[in-house]
Design a protein around this ligand. Sequence first.
Ligand code: ARG
Length: 468
Amino acid sequence: MALWGGRFQSDSSDMFRQVNDSLPFDQIMAAQDIFGSIVWSRAIAKAGVLSSDEQQKIEQVLSELLDSAKRNELDFASSGEEDIHSFVEAALIDKLGDIGRKLHTGRSRNDQVATDFRLWCREHIDQLRLDVLSTIQSLLNSATRHQHAILPGYTHLQRAQPVRFPHWCLAYVEMLKRDLSRLDDLRKRLNQCPLGCGALAGTTYPVDREDIAAQLGFDAPCQNSLDAVSDRDFVLELMFVASTSMMHLSRMAEDLIFYNSGEAGFIRMGDAVTSGSSLMPQKKNPDAMELVRGKCGRVFGHLQALLVTMKGLPLAYNKDMQEDKEGAFDSVNQWHICLRISSEVLDSLELNTDVMTKAAQAGYANATELADYLVDKGIPFRTAHDISGQVVLAALDKGVAIESLPLDVLKQFSDKIDHDVYAILELDYLVDKRNILGGTGQKPVQQALAREKAHLKALMAAAEKDRG
Ligand code: ARG
């Protein structure tokens, strides 16, 4: 008989159990559930429900159970329990009999599951922070390895203006930094404790909710029992942060897939993170990046699914909310996997800098520089723009770059053009002229790279300290 036994005269049907039981997936919250139960036993002991001897016995058995959980030694498969909460309680009762039957006094699975899930999310946020930091590290390493490489920058997927490769890396660093700050933000909001709110209305036992919250590492107890047991904003937020970050990773994946294509040929990915074709021996496919792009579908889907599940639910707890877990567990896992594999791909990158440079040079990106050069020589901008346009046309006609036209040809367009024109037409000159804060010139890019390395070092040290 299930733990809500007394009122029922017959057992649940097999199909009911299939639809209702959550142990097959909520077992991954075993450690959190046991930890919450230990703290709860202390709280009700202080409130006079358990003697100190009873509490110690309960804590002893739960601690052993926690060790087994951490070693993955709990036998869920043959337990027949409905969910992780009944599993832990049953294991306790199995060892302690009537003493174990006292643990659930004043508590409900509603405040219990809300507490367990917050604890689970919090632990995973801490792990995911490290994953994001590692991906940032790989971007910064890549940027450092290829500091001088230049590639075409695109708008509308048309070559627009050349950019330095580290500038491209640093763009994704900015995105991941925002993901990190969203995680930090969410962690603060999440870190409130529902335990002690009972089924929905609060508990009648005089437990110290401030102390419960502190023991579980929360900043404060949740303030309203109805909200505490039925709030799943923290899950939605975590899935939103995962979705946004996956969107960032998929844009990076798309860039890399394109750079790796036969058409662009800018980069090569390592053998360890690519696959071949069973039919075409020459192929080396960017599967890892395609999967990062592809996995966005399910991660975005999980967010949407829970929003729809929560929409219009009356207060307070409804069983619909049990549907909050599988999607969230999967989102967290997929995001973790995608961050790790993105790091590996970045670490494996080799650049075909010659091809990149050639592509960056093509497309007459230096036509504006020529116009500016003529302005410097006293020609009004509109006229200079016109002259430069005619030069582009002539170069196009010959199928060469502007800088490949000899001086006497250039002079036919304006006698102000001289030898010094070739220096300003060079790729490096063009790129490094953009030396404004946030620009792609060598100077601001080097400054940004140094700044981000220092920032990462500080974040890593802080994370290390928190763990220690
Ligand atoms: N397995 C349930 C869930 O995940 C636990 C809460 C059950 N509460 C209840 N009133 N039946 O939501």
